[in-house]
Design a protein around this ligand. Structure first.
Ligand code: KIV
Ligand code: ZN
Length: 510
C-alpha cells in the first residue's frame, strides 16, 4: 500500500524569491492555472503582506482556482494574518501559513526574542488564524538548526492552538539526509499531539541536498513535501517537484509513495516556469534539463537503441518530453489555433486570440513549423506581459565586416512612440545602446545568454538577460527567429521587470 504524499508547491512564493524572478499578475495567474492542471495539492500563491501586487495576485488566484488548496504566507503578526486571510478567503480551500524562527541564532539576532516569547507569539498568531479558518500551517523557521526539544515544545503548543500542518524547514540548506531524517523522527516521537497534524518538510538546496533531505524526511514519516518547479527559490533554491515525484515513480520499492501529479505535464510546466521567470534550467538538471535524456557516448547510444532501459531509468514521455510536435502551419485558422491553445491551458478572450493570431501568422511567415514552444512564447510575450511600460515597435540593424554596427530603434514608452539610433561594438551592443538611450535606464547588463528554443536551423533564438540597478535584479527574456531582435526583446523585457520591481517593492520574508 503506497502512502499518499501531499505536494505543496511554493513556486509562486519561495520560487519568486529567486533573484530576478519576479512575475507580474498575469504571469502568476497563468502559472497557477498550470500548477492546478499539473495536480499539486496545495499551492502557496504568495505573501500578501509583502506588497499590494502580491495581495492582489494571491486574491485573484484564490478566486480562480477550482480545486487546488491555496495557501498564503504570513509572519506571526495580526496584520500579516489578516492580509493573508483577506487574500485567500474565497478560495475553494484556503490555508493560512504562518511562521516564526525557532533557532537560537535567529531568535537572538533576528527576532530579539526569548524562547518563551517565541512560543507565545506563535500561539497568539495561531489562535487568531484559527478564528478565521480551520486549515492552518505553522512553520518553525530554521528548524534544522533549532534545539530539538524546544522545537517539539513549539510544535506541541502550535498544534494545541490550532495548527493542522506543522512544517520543519531546513531554511538555510544545512541539513544532511541522515540527520534530517532523524530530526523528523524525533519530532514525531516527542511531540505528544503530533497525530493531530500533518508533518511537512521544506528544504533548501545550499548543499545540493534538498531532494535527498526531503526523501529522507518522507521515509521518516513526513507526509507533505514543499517543493518548487525546477527547484527555483531563495538562494540555491528549494527541493524540486519533478525530482521528488519522479523518485517515487522510479524507485517504488524504496519510496512506496504516490502523489496526484500528472507526470506528463512536468516538462511543459518546467518550460513555462523558465519562460515566465527568465531563469534558465541548467542543461544537466535532473528530469527537466536539456541533457537529462541525451546520450553522448557511443556505447550508451548503442545500448539505448537496443533497449532504452540500458541507460534510461525513466522514459522521457513519462515527464512529457516528446519531440516537439508540429502543431500548426501557415494555413491554420483562428479556430484551430484557439482549440490548440485551449489544450495547452490558455483560455483566451476574442481580443487576446486576435493578438496571438496576428503574431502567429507573422511567425508562420518566417518559420514553417510552429510548435508548442513557439506558441508558449507568443502568448507569454503578447498576452501575459500586457502591463509593460516599454514595448519594442521597430528595430533596424546595420552590421557586417565593413561597417560600424548601428541600430535604429522605435519604442513605445507608455504607449507613446519614441525613436533613436546608436552605435556599438556589434549589432546587439548597438541595439542595447539605442534602447538604453531612449529609456534613460541606469541599469547594468550583468549577463547575456542565447539558446535555440527548439531544434532546426529556423528555430527561434531565445535570449535571456540579467539586469541590475541599485540592488534590484531583473531577468528578461525574448524569442525571435532573428537573434538580434530576440536580444532587443529580452532587454526591453528586463527593463520592464525592473520597473515592475521599483513599483512593487517586496519585503523579504526569510
Ligand atoms: O525556508 C523557509 O524557512 C521558509 C518558510 C517560510 C517556510 O520559506
Ligand atoms: Zn524557504
Amino acid at each position: 500500500m503506497k502512502e499518499r504524499i501531499i505536494i505543496f508547491d511554493t513556486t509562486l512564493r519561495d520560487g519568486e524569491q529567486s533573484p530576478g524572478a519576479s512575475m507580474n499578475a498575469a504571469e502568476k495567474m497563468r502559472l497557477a492555472t498550470q500548477l492546478e492542471k499539473l495536480g499539486v495539492d496545495v499551492m502557496e500563491a504568495g505573501f500578501p503582506a509583502a506588497s499590494k501586487g502580491d495581495f492582489d495576485a494571491v486574491s485573484n488566484i484564490a478566486q480562480k482556482l477550482k480545486k487546488t488548496e491555496v495557501a498564503a504566507l504570513a509572519r506571526t503578526s495580526k496584520g500579516d494574518i489578516e492580509k493573508a486571510w483577506g487574500a485567500i478567503q474565497h478560495a475553494v480551500k484556503p490555508r493560512i501559513h504562518t511562521f516564526i524562527a525557532t533557532s537560537d541564532i535567529h531568535m537572538q539576532y533576528k527576532l530579539n526574542m526569548s524562547r518563551d516569547k517565541v512560543v507565545n507569539t506563535a500561539v497568539e498568531a495561531l489562535k487568531y488564524a484559527k478564528s478565521l479558518t480551520d486549515n492552518i500551517e505553522f512553520s518553525a523557521e530554521d528548524a534544522s538548526r533549532s534545539d530539538r526539544d524546544f522545537l517539539c515544545k513549539v510544535f506541541e503548543a502550535a498544534i494545541e492552538a490550532g495548527a493542522t500542518t506543522i512544517n520543519i524547514p531546513d531554511t538555510v540548506g544545512y541539513a544532511i539526509p541522515g540527520e534530517f531524517a532523524d530530526l523528523v523522527k524525533y519530532v514525531i516521537d516527542h511531540t505528544p499531539n503530533i497525530h493531530k497534524a500533518v508533518v511537512s518538510v521544506h528544504c533548501h538546496n545550499d548543499l545540493g541536498l534538498a531532494t535527498a533531505n526531503t526523501l529522507a524526511a518522507l521515509n521518516s514519516g513526513a507526509r507533505q513535501a514543499e517543493v518548487t518547479i525546477n527547484g527555483i527559490g531563495e538562494r540555491a533554491g528549494n527541493t524540486s517537484l519533478e525530482e521528488v515525484v519522479m523518485s517515487f515513480h522510479t524507485r517504488p520499492n524504496y519510496l512506496p509513495m504516490t502523489t496526484n501529479i500528472n507526470t506528463e505535464l512536468i516538462y511543459p510546466t518546467s518550460r513555462l516556469v523558465s519562460s515566465i521567470t527568465g531563469i534558465i534550467v541548467q542543461p544537466n538538471k535532473a528530469i527537466v534539463g536539456a541533457n537529462a535524456f541525451a546520450h553522448e557516448a557511443g556505447i550508451h547510444q548503442d545500448g539505448v537503441l537496443k533497449n532504452p532501459m540500458t541507460y534510461e531509468i525513466m522514459k522521457p514521455e513519462t515527464v512529457g518530453l516528446s519531440a516537439s510536435k508540429l502543431v500548426l502551419g501557415k494555413h491554420s485558422g483562428r479556430h484551430a489555433l484557439r482549440n490548440h491553445l485551449k489544450e495547452m491551458g490558455y483560455d483566451l478572450s476574442d481580443e487576446e486570440l486576435q493578438i496571438v493570431f496576428t503574431k502567429f501568422k507573422e511567425l508562420a511567415d518566417k518559420k514553417k513549423h510552429i510548435v508548442d514552444e513557439d506558441l508558449e512564447v507568443i502568448v507569454t510575450e503578447g498576452i501575459l506581459r500586457t502591463a509593460d511600460i516599454f514595448r519594442l515597435e521597430y528595430l533596424h540593424v546595420i552590421s557586417g565586416t565593413t561597417v560600424f554596427p548601428m541600430a535604429s530603434v522605435k519604442l513605445a514608452i507608455n504607449e507613446r512612440s519614441v525613436q533613436g539610433a546608436g552605435y556599438g561594438n556589434g549589432p546587439i551592443d548597438a541595439a542595447f545602446n539605442s534602447i538604453a538611450k531612449l529609456t534613460g535606464t541606469e541599469s547594468e547588463l550583468l549577463r547575456f545568454s542565447v539558446t535555440a528554443l527548439t531544434g532546426g536551423t529556423d528555430a527561434q533564438g531565445e535570449v535571456t538577460v540579467r539586469l541590475g540597478e541599485k540592488g534590484l535584479i531583473a531577468l528578461g527574456r525574448g524569442a525571435d527567429p532573428d537573434i538580434i531582435t530576440a536580444s532587443a526583446k529580452a532587454y526591453v523585457n528586463g527593463l520592464n521587470r525592473l520597473e515592475y520591481l521599483k513599483a512593487n517593492p517586496v519585503m523579504a520574508t526569510t
